[in-house]
Write a protein that binds this ligand. Structure first.
Ligand code: PRP
Ligand code: MN
Ligand code: MG
Length: 179
């Protein structure tokens, strides 16, 4: 598996430090509130687990699974809800936790859904951002690292469901998907 990675961009320690920073900032900014923290499955599962441990305000969590990529390295442009939330977002301060923003399609769709369901506020935190790939005008409220326009995997991010368990984020060798 290691052999499929061309270059490690951020290792486990660098990611850990960034997650701590984001958690501290969010704890301050959400002070006095009781956010509903939504993990966008599957990619955000590791970031979510690490991030909520660093947030000190009382919070609740829920999960939503959406997918636009399927087995491809390119977004299909069509976002599907595969698993919906268990609870209502009405009147809640919602914090969406994403692993990466690429085209922005997934998030713009999600934000729209949550606003239509009358969330009180919708805030987005993403660990990784790939602004070069954006097709919709959208910025996260909080972000960890800005990435180059390369296909990356690890720390939750997959290619064809593989590599999510790598503790770091790295560039996948093109020959792995160009076959
Ligand atoms: C990936 C990633 C983000 C989204 C970003 O999810 O985890 O959710 O794509 O791309 P976008 O900004 O172009 O929409 P994916 O659809 O691959 O599902 P997964 O999280 O289950 O891997
Ligand atoms: Mn995802
Ligand atoms: Mg994916």
């Amino acid at each position: 598996m290691q052999n499929d990675i061309q270059e490690v961009l951020y290792d486990a320690q660098q990611i850990g430090e960034k997650v701590k920073e984001l958690g501290a900032t969010l704890s301050k900014d959400f002070s006095g509130r009781n956010p509903l923290v939504i993990c966008v499955l599957k990619g955000a599962f590791i970031f979510m687990a690490d991030l909520v441990k660093e947030i000190t305000v009382p919070l609740e969590i829920d999960f939503m699974a959406v997918s636009s990529y399927g087995q491809s390295t390119k977004s299909s442009g069509v976002v599907k809800i595969i698993k919906d939330l268990d609870v209502s977002v009405e009147g809640r301060d919602v914090l969406i936790v994403e692993d990466i923003i690429d085209s922005g399609l997934t998030l713009s769709y999600l934000i729209d859904v949550l606003e239509r369901r009358n969330a009180k506020s919708v805030t987005v935190v993403t660990l990784f951002d790939k602004p070069a790939r954006r097709t919709v005008d959208l910025e996260a409220d909080y972000k960890g690292f800005t990435l180059p326009d390369e296909f990356v995997v690890g720390y939750g991010l997959d290619f064809a469901e593989k590599y999510r368990n790598l503790p770091y984020i790295g560039i996948l060798k093109p020959q792995v998907y160009e076959i």
